[in-house]
Design a protein around this ligand. Sequence first.
Ligand code: KG4
Ligand code: ZN
Length: 342
Amino acid sequence: TTAPLVLGIETSCDETGVGIVRGSQLLANTVASSMDEHARFGGVVPEIAARAHLEAMQPTILAACDEAGVTLADIDAVAVTAGPGLAGALMVGVGAAKGLAASLGVPLYGVNHLVGHVAADALDAASIELPTVALLVSGGHTSLLHVRDLTEDVELLGETIDDAAGEAFDKVARLLGLAYPGGPAIDRAAVDGDPDAIRFPRGLTLPKYREKHRFDFSFSGLKTSVARWVEREQAAGREIPLADVAASFREAVVDVLLTKALDACEHTGTRRLLLGGGVVANARLREVAAKRCADAGVELRIPPLALCTDNGAMIAGLGSLAIAAGYEPSPADFGADSTLDV
Ligand code: KG4
Ligand code: ZN
């Protein structure tokens, strides 16, 4: 028997993603992004994102079918991100998924966005190797998960208590006069910079936080610290060494992300670390992750970038796993939950 053909819909942030999979076979991964519309605001504007999803939804579904070489009538099940994410954005996806599933007469599965990021690895590797620690870093979330089973044993070890890592890149880029999105701009600015030029704070790493916030993150203090440093230099009439500031800021983010991720591996006795989310594009993060994982004897898994950034294929992949595990479809009246737990 062949696995069911599953269409997945993702709208938790600013990407309208539609993916189609059969089992762990990736057939389509189509994404429309409203990123450009948010650029002049320096961050994702929820209302704009929701409206953009509404406009992009139908064309993206049809484009995904085209890419997979199937028609809507071939779809056996629909999966959709139920949360966490931006409430209005999620509602557009859940509404579209409900309409689609009802009209096709197929089951609908509401799934968790963060677990979807982990499921993305199954589409790359054909089967996912568990257990794993997963570090998920994007403009909307920064979370550390311990995953023993994708559908029934996912533990949230920690998350950001203020800004997401990608958000920190976007905000610091803005205060340095760099373009949006800030991650790629800071990566470029940092190329010839000295990562040790300025010692910016590593949030929540002091021993006093070990009890309550061992695996949590905080980036808003870092952002403020960069802002104060730049103000002081300007007030003293000195020119801002952009490359050094960018490299030192980036180093602080990367250092704290990987220190906590590898501490989580040690704490849970896990010899595998999976990265997901748009910040995974960061050149320094990839470099330091490779080095520290090798030193610690931890296997590092990084899916291709198109499966790391928000996408519908990972949601279809997780739906597919839920079906294989024998889960019941979501009840007809399920809603979008912006703070959905793993
Ligand atoms: O997963 P993603 O595409 O979706 C959203 O969260 O919307 O992630 C986008 C985030 C943005 O905050 C962007 O600045 C960040 O990922 N990002 C990066 C890099 N490329 C994108 N952050 C650091 N370095 C990069 N090279
Ligand atoms: Zn995401």
